[in-house]
Design a protein around this ligand. Structure first.
Ligand code: HEM
Length: 327
């Protein structure tokens, strides 16, 4: 009895500090001896990728988020489906993910320099950070040492990713299940400063007026009319809309100005105005006087998200190719 208490005590202390034992094993400079240039190589490739296609910054950031929310940050989102197994990337909410070939390209460079050493999960984490930096957002140090999972399930992805129709109680619950709090929710939603969305992600708000988030108190009517011109029906799958119109390739605080004016694109964005804590944050950052604070908060929340349920040590594997397990 006493020995088990002694064994459990360090774990209890880590948990008390909000750090899971696995996350505690991620460190900056994890590849210091085995692949010292890993971050420089990723950066060099990312400069080429984003230089050629600036609109890929959003999708690469979103890939990391969708990875971390399903089975933790273990690169399971990158695995291909196989006969008999529909993988995460083929789940409905992941159909709009992009950037897979960019990850393969960067991983190939890393494999050439340091074979069998750096996990796809770490490559994706560094790429997401660099995507933000190259879109003029903040830099944060990444802790490394994640290992790659071998399991990927579309059912899990469909069940665990937050829906665009989410309200605060539902989103809070999903974030809490990943160890993330209400502040992380409002801060990480700021990622919608980058990128575009397809009509089905928000058309309900335009054409289904039973939704409490439809045009009216929750959606500026002038904005709704503009959106209707782009998104002609709930089934319009081709048309894209910017979530932060006017600066969707730049990481800045204008997303919060849109949300504060009831011009958030998704119900989940609009929902941030329905809770006192998240509303205060949106309105504070929307003033444009606290950009540094948002950048710091975003960095912190990204570091937290990058630690969700990671595999470390002897768990998982170092995948050679990101889209298929080694054996
Ligand atoms: C709060 C819960 C969230 C919900 C409900 C949500 C939902 C969505 C939806 C529906 C789309 C558009 C998909 C499409 O129609 O193509 C989207 C795009 C995007 N999301 Fe989120 N998201 C959430 C949180 C996050 C987080 C935490 C991040 C990153 C840290 C993120 C980053 C992005 C980015 C960058 C895009 C644009 C992707 C592109 O341009 O292709 N989102 N999100």
């Amino acid at each position: 009895m006493r020995s088990s208490v002694v064994l459990l005590l360090p774990i209890a202390l880590l948990l008390f500090a909000g750090i899971t034992p696995a996350a505690a094993q991620l460190v900056e400079g994890f590849y210091g001896k085995t692949c010292p240039n890993v971050e420089a190589i990723v950066r060099e490739e990312m400069e080429k990728i984003i230089g050629a296609a600036p609109s890929l910054a959003g999708p690469l950031l979103r890939l990391h988020f969708h990875d971390c929310f399903v089975r933790g940050c273990d690169a399971s989102v990158l695995l291909n489906s196989t006969e008999g197994n529909l993988a995460e990337r083929d789940a409905k909410p992941n159909k709009s993910l992009r950037g897979f070939s960019s990850v393969d390209r960067v991983k190939a460079k890393i494999e050439a320099a340091c074979p069998n050493t750096v996990s796809c999960a770490d490559v994706l984490t560094i790429m997401a950070r660099d995507a933000v930096v190259l879109a003029k957002g903040p830099f944060w140090p990444v802790t490394l040492g994640r290992r790659d999972g071998t399991v990927s399930s579309a059912v899990e992805a469909a069940n665990e990713l937050p829906p665009s129709s989410g309200d605060i109680p539902q989103l809070t619950k999903i974030f809490a299940s990943k160890g993330l709090d209400l502040k992380d929710l409002v801060v990480l939603s700021g990622a919608h400063t980058l990128g575009t969305a397809h009509c089905p992600s928000y058309a309900d708000r335009l054409y289904n007026f039973s939704s409490s988030y439809a045009a009216g108190p929750m959606l500026d009517s002038e904005y709704a009319e503009k959106l209707k011109m782009r998104c002609k029906s709930v089934d319009d799958k081709a048309m894209l809309s910017e979530m932060d119109p006017g600066s969707y390739k730049t990481f800045d605080t204008s997303y919060y100005r849109h949300v504060s004016k009831r011009r958030g694109l998704f119900q989940s964005d609009a929902a941030l105005l329905t809770d006192a804590t998240t509303r205060d944050y949106v309105q504070r950052i929307a003033t444009g006087k606290f950009d540094d604070e948002f950048f710091r908060d975003f960095s912190e929340s990204m570091m937290k998200m990058g630690n969700v349920a990671v595999l470390t040590g002897a768990e998982g594997e170092i995948r050679k190719k990101c889209y298929v397990p080694n054996n």
